[in-house]
Design a protein around this ligand. Structure first.
Ligand code: AMP
Ligand code: MG
Length: 401
């Protein structure tokens, strides 16, 4: 049996970061930059006021307070006029409005009587006070986003402020999903005897999106070798990754395994984990599209996605390393299988992890409440209250706290 780490390494070896593309800044949220972003503008672009108040000459406030100054202009943000403030006068100015020539400081409105034609000023300011200088934040021509940076909302704000309209980035990985099994019916149909709703397809589609990837295709395959062979030889939607669920156990109708074993480019292995022991991965067709065959049991499928597919999608997207794990304290006693890593669905709250009810790999009943997987090592067969347990947050769940 293969360890989880070895299997993950085998999967990661199947993929490389997707070739960078040019993406409109407005579409680049969540992508990873593949080249430095260079500012096209100084930030701020001009000297401007940091406060609502009065633009003044600091030197005019040296005498006894209060000082009364005539207000010679009212300057809103966006004011295009080239104004100047002579010595002995002030201009009312709003936050972000261009500082008029000659003025060297801003007195906040709170330190004045808010006068409109004459203002009474009750506090001194040092030269430069409450003034944002042109280029003090960013200089035009400077790289502002390094290669390999996740374009977070904050990073995008910077790119947009610097008036950069497109970036080089690794594209979002495109994933084609196939549920397999003759027993599956679409959500909403009435199940005939022996049939069940295809819940993996929705779950996996949601996981794909939560992992920052996009769906290239989502479909269903019957347990029919010819149909499976035909579709997987040339999967629709030009995907960067194909995921199947089901058909990879030891049964007589495990078509995915049967068909893909025959291709010689997909390997089926047992991984020392529970749930999720049967795993398969490799490449498909002449284009060598990476494929991961997830187990059919919903919980196995979910766990396998978290443990194997997420790192793979991260690598395709140009992200570094593994997702963060966190530590919690066990809030209950539970037993775990020896010789395999067990991923126990837990509810973590206040740093305490308690297993959700019903841990069978087919059991969906407790999935709604779980927000993490506790990773119980192969050497551990009993978790005791108070034990430290390493946990993996469940994708899309409210962050455990
Ligand atoms: P299999 O590996 O195809 O034998 O599937 C294992 C178990 O998972 C069986 O009980 C299947 O009915 C169930 N299963 C397979 N695919 C799905 C799916 N897409 N949605 C829900 N359950 C599934
Ligand atoms: Mg099946």
């Amino acid at each position: 049996m293969r360890t989880v780490e070895d299997h993950r390494a085998a999967l990661l070896a199947l993929v490389a970061p997707l070739a960078p593309v040019t993406v409109a800044t407005a579409q680049a949220g969540g992508l990873v930059s593949a080249a430095p972003v260079v500012a096209r503008l100084d930030l701020p672009g001009f000297d401007n006021s940091a406060m609502d108040g009065y633009a003044v000459h600091a030197a005019d406030l040296h005498g006894p307070l209060p000082v009364r100054l005539p207000v010679i202009a009212d300057i809103p943000a966006g004011d295009p006029r080239a104004l100047h403030v002579p010595r002995g006068s002030a201009a009312r100015i709003m936050t972000g409005a261009p500082l008029p020539a000659e003025a060297d400081a801003v007195v906040p409105v709170e330190d004045t009587d808010a006068g409109v034609s004459v203002v009474e000023i009750r506090a001194r300011v040092a030269p430069g006070r409450h003034v944002r200088r042109r280029g003090e934040d960013v200089r035009a021509g400077e790289p502002v986003v390094a290669t390999g940076t996740v374009l977070t909302p904050g990073a995008l704000a910077l790119v947009a402020a610097a008036n950069v309209t497109s970036v080089r980035a690794h594209p979002r990985p495109r994933v084609a999903l196939f549920s397999t099994g003759d027993e599956l019916i679409p959500l909403g149909d009435e199940p005939a005897p022996g049939q069940i709703v295809d819940s993996n397809q929705l779950m996996l589609a949601e996981l794909v999106r939560a992992a920052g990837a996009e769906l290239a295709h989502a479909g269903h395959l019957p347990d029919d070798a010819e149909a499976v062979r035909a579709l997987l030889a040339d999967p629709p939607g030009a995907p960067d990754l194909v995921l199947t669920s089901g058909g990879v156990s030891m049964g007589a109708h495990d078509t995915v395994k049967e068909v893909l074993t025959a291709t010689g480019t997909v390997e089926f292995v047992k991984v020392a984990m529970r749930p999720g022991m049967p795993q398969g991965a490799g490449t498909l067709g002449p284009r060598g599209i990476p494929v991961v065959t997830l187990p059919g049991n919903p919980v196995s499928s979910l766990v396998s996605f978290q443990v194997f597919v997420v790192p793979l999608l991260r690598r395709l997207a140009g992200r570094a390393g593994e997702p963060m794990l966190f530590e919690a304290r066990a809030g209950a006693r539970w037993s775990s299988v020896g010789g395999k890593v067990e991923y126990t669905r837990v509810e973590v709250s206040g740093g305490v992890a308690v297993p959700s009810a019903g841990q069978g790999s087919h059991m969906l009943g407790a999935l709604a409440g779980a927000n993490a997987l506790a990773i119980v090592p192969a050497s551990v067969t009993q978790v005791h209250p108070g034990d430290r347990v390493l946990c993996m947050p469940l994708l899309g769940a409210e962050a455990p706290r």
